[in-house]
Ligand binder design. Sequence first.
Ligand code: IMP
Ligand code: MG
Length: 185
Amino acid sequence: MEDYQNFLKEILISKDDLQERIAELGEEISRDYAGKELLLVSILRGGVFFTVDLMKKISIPHLVEFMAISSYGAGVRESTGDVRVMLDLQINIRDKHVLLVEDIIDSGNTLSSVIERLKARHPKSIEVCTLLDKADRREVEVPLKYRGFNIEDKFVFGYGLDLDEYFRGLPFIGVVDLEKYKPVD
Ligand code: IMP
Ligand code: MG
């Protein structure tokens, strides 16, 4: 894989702006869930980077679990509601207030399907916290309790989001210059 500088169009959200917003979200969540059994469910792999930083800003006791999902039935850059659970939660969520933590919501297909599956296990509540929201792209309604940033329909990478699985570790959100980037088959 070549250096990302070759196809980075612009930095959309800087490292400092990300961290500042995450601190605000952490405070909000700490207030809203005070006295409740909070379980963060982080969606692998993209949601993990956000989850870790968010946890550092949540001042109340909470648990974290991970789920890996894979989407089928559409192109690489599109998802359908046809998801498969590749890694499931390790605990019973009946007595928990579940907060799903995602990197980005695009069509909403992936997350709405995850929500339906988890609801069947009767958590006390289930809500969503996403770092990024491409609201204009939504095909299925997803209840969003917390949102870091609403962004335009551009393909972004970094801070959990991948470009053909690379660059998740970058501390900022960058926009891909699609004229300069050659996708990996
Ligand atoms: P949805 O089911 O269409 O909402 O797809 C959400 C998933 O698509 C996210 O969890 C990401 O993995 C991926 N995705 C959507 N937009 C982008 C993007 O701009 N960059 C990287 N991944 C994206
Ligand atoms: Mg994802």
